[in-house]
Design a protein around this ligand. Structure first.
Ligand SMILES: [Zn+2]
Ligand SMILES: [Zn+2]
Length: 372
């Protein structure tokens, strides 16, 4: 397993995996996508206020196959040996009022794989074998490939955002930040039939990718923001530049950067009565133009992980034409997977993410660690 001991100190260690308990199954992890929180732990030994208190295995966007059953999980009708599954990485308590009411993402007793929020930390999936509760293992259809399916976790976040923003077919969408999550938000907007999807980023390559995959209608390269007096002026300019945009603004803005100036822009970009959905969180405290929100009835909604979104995420990755149809011989959605590394070279995956670009000049969107 790949164990993080401290900042920039990732070690491959041999550990014996115990037999699965009660309702657990043992899973051979085949692929784990790395996300921003993993990178924060790798670079700083902490993610926001949650610091590593003992060595921990990172990774929580994963798929694998079942190799053993615990005493009571063997009776599971849904799961069989060799069954391929996506792992839902949060172990909620199932007892509290949030769990009982279906909002288990807000469970106060949640133990999330590869998060240092609770101690002892729950190891993540950058390891060969892991034992996991049956109820958090989501079966994959036979025709979906493992690497596409490993995007179920970040896509679940996006689906939670679409739910929280009360998105309905025919609305217009602006996505700010076209990293892996922003790109998936663009794709989801197409799946759910937005009338128009626009994307903003500081990287032309990412915007070109979003356009070439058919995931957005117009893009804006945001590299000249300081030419404008404030975000309101910037947004005026953006709206006048993008084609086919209602000058009142967008029905829903998905903010995927967490950068204060982008959040301010998001509020100005939403139309009166619109919604700003905060998917990225970078700064705990920021100054926002509350008049532009309150006096125009723009709702600002947050997203914290997801509840009950894995089945739909897997369904989209398996069957949505927007994600699963072939592009250069591979499912379209795999265009997000820019880099792959074997488990033994997990440290290289993090170093490449840290650099933002690999030696061949290719920009990192999503790095994946695979064990085949
Ligand atoms: Zn994550
Ligand atoms: Zn709970």
């Amino acid at each position: 397993m790949a164990v993080l001991h401290g900042p920039n100190d990732l070690r491959i260690e041999e550990r014996v995996t115990s037999a699965p308990l009660q309702d657990e199954v043992q899973i051979h992890i085949r692929a784990t996508g790395l996300c921003g929180s993993d990178l924060h732990y790798y670079c700083h030994g902490k993610n926001g206020q949650f610091a590593l208190q003992h060595p921990m295995c990172l990774g929580h966007e994963s798929v694998g196959e079942i190799v053993a059953f615990g005493p009571s999980s063997a009776k599971s009708k849904q799961l069989k040996l060799q069954q391929r599954i996506a792992i839902e990485p949060g172990r909620n308590c199932e007892q509290c009022s949030y769990c009982q009411s279906g909002k288990y993402n807000l469970c106060k007793n949640m133990r999330f794989a590869s998060s240092a929020k609770t101690a002892p930390h729950l190891h993540g999936t950058l390891q060969r074998f892991i034992n996991w509760p049956t109820r958090l293992c989501h079966p994959l259809p036979d025709h979906v490939d493992m690497h596409s399916a490993a995007l179920a976790e970040p896509l679940a976040v996006v689906l939670q955002a679409f739910k929280r923003s009360r998105f309905v077919k025919g609305q217009s969408v602006l996505v700010i930040g076209a990293g892996a999550v922003g790109l998936l938000a663009c794709a989801a907007s197409k799946h759910f039939q937005a009338c128009n999807t626009s994307a903003i980023d500081v990287s032309q390559n990412r915007l070109d990718l979003a356009s070439s995959l058919g995931w957005c209608d117009s893009t804006y390269l945001n590299t000249n923001a300081n030419q404008f007096a404030d975000e309101k002026e910037l947004v005026q300019h953006i709206k006048s530049t993008l084609e086919g945009i209602d000058q009142d603004g967008f029905d829903v803005v998905y903010e995927c950067t967490g950068v204060p100036t982008c959040v301010r822009s998001a509020i100005h970009a939403a139309k009166p009565g619109g919604v700003v959905c905060m998917i990225g969180m970078g700064h705990p405290t920021m100054t926002l133009p509350m008049d532009a929100a309150a006096l125009r009835e723009v709702d600002i909604v947050g997203v914290f992980r997801y509840a009950n979104m894995f089945p739909q995420a897997i369904e989209l990755l398996s069957n949505s034409p927007v994600m699963a149809s072939l592009h250069n011989g591979k499912p379209i959605v795999q265009a997000i997977l820019s880099h792959k590394f074997p488990l033994s070279k997990a440290d290289q995956a993090f170093e490449t993410m840290k650099a933002g670009v690999s030696a061949d000049g290719k920009g990192v969107i999503k790095a994946m660690v695979v064990d085949e």
